[in-house]
Design a binder for this molecule. Sequence first.
Ligand SMILES: NC(=O)C1=CN([C@@H]2O[C@H](COP(=O)(O)OP(=O)(O)OC[C@H]3O[C@@H](n4cnc5c(N)ncnc54)[C@H](OP(=O)(O)O)[C@@H]3O)[C@@H](O)[C@H]2O)C=CC1
Ligand SMILES: O=C1O[C@H](COP(=O)(O)O)[C@@H](O)[C@H](O)[C@H]1O
Length: 552
Amino acid sequence: MEAESKSKVHLVKQSRPQSTDTGSHPGQTESANMDPSKQAVRAVSSEEVLAKLRDEVELGGHGASHVFIILGASGDLAKKKIYPTLWWLFKDGLLPANTHFIGYARSNITMEQIREKSLPFMKVQKEEEAKLEEFFKLNSYVSGKYDVKDDFVRLNEAIEEKGKSNRLFYMALPPSVFEIVTLNVKNCCMAQGDKWTRIVVEKPFGKDLESSNKLSAHFASLFKEEELYRIDHYLGKEMVQNLMVMRFGNRIYGPIWNRDNIASVVISFKEPFGTQGRGGYFDEFGIIRDVMQNHLLQILTLVAMEKPPSTDAEDIRNEKVKVLKSIPPPSMENVVLGQYVGNPEGKGEEKEGYLDDPTVPKGSVTPTFATVALFVKNERWDGVPFILRCGKALNERKAEVRIQFKDVAGDIFRAGEVKRNELVIRVQPSEAIYMKMMAKTPGMSIDCEESELDLTYGSRYRGVKMPDAYERLILDVFMGSQIHFVRSDELSEAWRIFTPLLHHIEREKPTPIPYIYGGRGPAESDALFSKNDFMYTGSYKWKPGVPMKPSL
Ligand SMILES: NC(=O)C1=CN([C@@H]2O[C@H](COP(=O)(O)OP(=O)(O)OC[C@H]3O[C@@H](n4cnc5c(N)ncnc54)[C@H](OP(=O)(O)O)[C@@H]3O)[C@@H](O)[C@H]2O)C=CC1
Ligand SMILES: O=C1O[C@H](COP(=O)(O)O)[C@@H](O)[C@H](O)[C@H]1O
C-alpha cells in the first residue's frame, strides 16, 4: 500500500500546480507520462492543473478514507496555520474524498470555539460559505489530557467512528509533551490492517545534538522513518523548491557551480518585527535555533548538494546529508551575534528593545541576530564561504540566496568598471531570480554597465497565486512524499554543526552586539561578509520596466 502510494506521488511531484488562479501559464504540468517535447509550449489553466492533481490525490489515496488528527487543536499554530491550511486544501478539492478532521487538546472547548478562533486566518470568501459549512461538518473535537492513556483510547474510538481509515497525526504541541503524546498514539491510536499512520512533527526537534538524538531515538523506537514527517516549512516555499529545478534542469549552471567560479554564497533571512510579546519562548532558543540551524541550513544543502540520481526522497536526502557531513562547526571568528535595542525615533513596538519585553529574562544575552560563515569541505566547495545571516527587528522582510561569482580574469575594460556577477534567488517577498551581469550601455556609448537577467515571478507568471508552504507540505503528507521533510540523520548533522557554537554561547555568555530596531543589524556583520569574499559595491541599480525608445 505504502509503496503504491509513493509511485503516484512521483507523478504528483512532477505535475504540482503552481497556481490556484484562473489565468494560464506555460510549461507547468510536467507529468511523467507526457511527451516532454510538448511540455514547454503547453498552456494549462489552473483549473485544469487542479483537476489533474485531484485525480492523482484520489489515486494516491486509493479511495480510502482518511482522518487528520490535530493534536494541540486549541493552540496558536492550529488556529493560525493548520485549520486554515486544511480548509484551503478542502475547498480546492485537493484532499482525498472522505477525509475527516479531529481536534484533540486538554481545553474543555467546543468545535464551534475552535472555528471562531481559526476563522480570522482562513480568508473565507462570501461565496464559499456553504463550502465552509461542509468543511466544519467533517470536523469534531475530543478533549483529553496528553499523559492519560484512557483519553487516547477515547480519541481512538472517535477515529474508529469514521470507519477504517488512514491516519495523519499533526503534533501542533509544545516539545515538552512530544514524547508522552507519541507514546500514547503508538499504544492506542495506530491504524490497523492495510491502513497507514503518519506523524507530522513541528520543530523544535530538540535543543542541541544530545537532546535531538534522544528525541529521534524515542521516535525511532515507536515509528518507522517513513511514518515520520519532520516539518521545516521553508522546504515548502516555492523558491526553495525551485533550487533543484534551477540547478539540475538547466545546462548553464552545472559547469560554474563550484569553487573555481563562485566567490561566496549568502543565505539570509530578515524580519521587520521583534518578539512581539513571545520573548519568553524565543529566549529559550535564540535566533540560531529558531531560523539558522533549520531553515537557512536546509537552503544551504539544496544550493550545495550534488545532483541526486533521481528525484526520489531518499536520493535527495542522501545528497543533503553528504553536504552536511562536510561542514565543520563554525569558529568564533566567523560568527557575529546581535541583539536589538529600541529605536527612540521609532513608532510603537519599534521603541522597545528585546530586553524591554517583560517576558524576556533580565539581562538576557540571547542573540536575536546572527551571521555565521560556514565552509563545505569537499572537492566542489573547499574555501567558498557560505554566509548565513538571520535577524529579527530589522529593516525589511526578506529571505534570499545570493551567489556571488569571482572577478572576471584578465579584465580588458576600464579599471573598476566590471562588477561581479551575482545570482539572486529571492524566496520572499515577491519571488524572483535575477542574475546581475554587465552589459553594454544601450545606445551610442561603448561603456559597460550593470544590468540583469530578470525572472520576476509577478510579471512572468502574472496573477499566479503561490500556495502557502503548509498547503504543499500537508498535501505531501497525504500523498506519502517525504522529499520536503527532514530525515533524522539530516537533523542530527545539522545539530552537530551548531551545537558547539550554541554551547559556547550558553557557557561563555558573550555579549551580543546591540543593533537598532528597524536597521540592517550590526556593522560587524557587513565586515564579516567582506572578510568572507562577499563584495558589496552599492553601485547596482535596478530599473524595472523602463520603456525604450523604439529603434529606427
Ligand atoms: N526581479 C526583481 O524583482 C528585481 C528586483 N531588484 C531589486 O533591486 C534592488 C537592488 O537589488 P540588490 O540585488 O539588492 O542590489 P545590491 O547589490 O545593491 O544589494 C543591495 C543590498 O545589499 C545589502 N547591503 C547594503 N550594504 C551592504 C554592505 N555594506 N555589505 C553587504 N551588503 C550590503 C543590502 O541588503 P541587506 O540589508 O539585506 O544586507 C541591500 O539591500 C532590490 O530592492 C532588489 O529587490 C533587482 C533585480 C530584480
Ligand atoms: O520558523 C520560524 O519561521 C518564522 C518565519 O517564517 P516565514 O514563513 O514567515 O518567513 C519566524 O517568524 C519564526 O520566528 C520561526 O520560528
